[in-house]
Design a protein around this ligand. Sequence first.
Ligand code: ATR
Length: 281
Amino acid sequence: MILSGKARLAGVIGWPVGHSRSPRLHGHWLDHYGIDGAYVPLPVQPGHFEAVLRVLPQMGFVGANVTVPHKEAALALVDHVEPLARRIGAVNTLVVRADGSLEGRNTDAFGFIENLRQQPAGFRAAAGPAVVLGAGGAARAVVAALIDDGVPSLRLINRTTERAVELAHQLGGQTRIEVVDWQERTAALAGAALLVNTTTLGMVGQPPLPLDLAELPVDAVVTDIVYAPLQTDLLQQARHRGNVAVDGLGMLLHQGRPGFAAWFGVMPEVTDALRSFVGGA
Ligand code: ATR
């Protein structure tokens, strides 16, 4: 990679940031599209986040991604917040405007729905009820995405029921969100068109998600936002009984596209080569 003095700069701010696959993702696209730019990991401790955020435009950055643990702090600190980021309650993408002010966006909802739409059979949330497991930050983006894509109704299930109640209250609006107890999760799968795991269960180092899929219709789509490992127990179980199973790597790849477009002027594509390059990291 050879940079000129005019290279555009972006990066990912997190703590720790060493595990982030975003530098590989954006690096691949910069190379592929022959763009004079760089995307670097920016390890920033929580106590330094505000100072770094303020100085980004002054250092000539065109923007950045924000990851754990800074997503909520970014929402509070940016000059302009996109309405979707406010609904989700977190900012994962910063864009420096021409006047040097900072705009905060959230592209996780886009990444989630776009990944499902790109499947061979296509996907429309309007096709039927969805079941979402989990009520953390990832669940908020998934629920917002499904509502905006016209899901008719949604069952939200979390180990800590109060978190699900709060999420339903904040995001529900016109859409019916039914909170179901964690113990009732198996029966809640009846009639669902989509099942989403947004919990950390199934991730490397975590126990698998304990869930019996017997009640789930075989034409339902099953997706996991966990992408390490790529094939979680849930996805294997789903595929085995004939459901379409969609892994979480695609969401990660697609959520990066709007930021890249805003910073570098090209809406990048998600290809098989990109999947193996980033997925193999
Ligand atoms: P993220 O922002 O990535 O979604 P999070 O806010 O820590 O992360 O949320 C993690 C999700 O996984 C939560 O829904 C959590 O359930 P609780 O709200 O009850 O904590 C869920 N989770 C984590 N470990 C779990 C476990 N052992 N059993 C059931 N759910 C679990």
